[in-house]
Design a protein around this ligand. Sequence first.
Ligand code: S3P
Length: 428
Amino acid sequence: MQGRTRVPGDKSISHRALILGALTVGETTVAGLLEGEDVLHTADAMRALGAKLERGADGLWRIHGVGVAGFAQPAVPLDFGNSGTGSRLALGAVAGCPIKATFDGDASLRKRPMRRILDPLEKMGARVVEQAEGGRLPLTLQGAADLVPITYEAPVASAQLKSAVLLAGLAAPGETTVIEAEATRDHTERLLKHFGAKITSKPHGEHGRRITLQGQPELEPANVVVPADPSSAAFPLVAALIVPGSDLVLEAVMTNPLRTGLYKTLAEMGAKIETLATRDDGGEEIADLRITASQLKGVEVPPERAPSMIDEYLILGVAAAFAQGTTRMRGLQELRVKESDRLAATADMLRINGVDVQIEGDDLIVNGKGTVPGGGEVKTDMDHRIAMSALMMGLASEQPVRIDDSGFIATSFPGFVELMRSLGADLA
Ligand code: S3P
């Protein structure tokens, strides 16, 4: 793995930029938007709700929004494809509009829990008119013109849940507060500030935050620059660590501390990741990173680190398999409700390729031997990150690794195969 590259824009920020642009009167521009299928579904949903979104030939997105609580009744069901983020954030944004909207998605999204989002939105005054069993998609939400602000103590560490409540809170008069026991990614808070909303965030307990938003702001159109996605950068980064002789530079990777738990963990494992240059771009810290092949060792990953690396356990599992010694990743209950059951999927992916791995309660234990036999075919289960993690494992395993379906990679990382090949990866 050799060369210099930049992975596509951050998925979380891309969804949020489109949704906030759609809630703002005037022209918002977004540079570096992730044009993956998940985000394009959100763009289509914003159009169906009355906002105008266009992509210029220069790649810049221009959004003319409708204003807070200004969404129009959509004529068609909103299809969010594979995307938990798009659907959950949009539920929050729709809750404060006096319209009825149906939310739907693919077979994977239809299995994912939505009750955690609907509970606070119902407390604020939105109504669920129809829903599949357990509050799942497809569901129809009736928004309310007179939403009430709430103080909500999040029962799970979820940035999507926090963001849905805050986006609903935009439409409610007075202060909406979300209390999280463990801080989750704060892109919604940063972007709300960037669009002119009044929002404060204070420490709460040992690892948490208390976030308060002043409702009914006049959002101001903004220019958003989307940095490279650290969750996407994780794939070439781990590949460079495990493929002998690698020397790779990843440019402009977002290094928001609420997203870089994997980077911290890999450093503890002995990874050689050098920060070449840091800067601030559009309200987020970014850095160019140089990665060289490294002999890794097993470590213990504490449960409180999970929110800052929640999408990275699959690829950490791969790194752990190539490490010497045991890596214990603790407190992974939220992995069970991702695009697939990622706790089981990580174990299956590794086991079928000859790695010694166990699940104990909510912990994943990987006994690394420094090498991986490979030779297995991994079932990707409509999950982009299983597909990419398995392929990275195959770059360094003794026998190649196969995956059953590469189609879902395009949800978050369009051009993944071409980018990896340009760095020397042998993907056929
Ligand atoms: C995301 C939050 C996380 C993460 C997802 C993106 C976001 O989900 O897994 O890929 O953009 O807010 P949860 O909030 O459900 O943990």
